[in-house]
Design a binder for this molecule. Sequence first.
Ligand SMILES: [Zn+2]
Length: 74
Amino acid sequence: MNHQPPYRQRGDETYKEFEATQLYCPRCRQAVPVRSRLLLVLPHGDQYEYLCAYCGESVGTKIDASAKPQSLIL
Ligand SMILES: [Zn+2]
């Protein structure tokens, strides 16, 4: 933990974003590629729904606040 450079956090964020394209689907019982679908447009960001690429099951949602800085929410 001591060796963690300050910019590491930013890299993690990018990685997390990338990893979100593979989510666990309870129906397929495995990590699956997902398709994101715009669900809602919120004042602080757009909410996307992730659907399993195989069976179409909803496997999660995400709020993409990239349009606006997120510092206000935190
Ligand atoms: Zn599935």
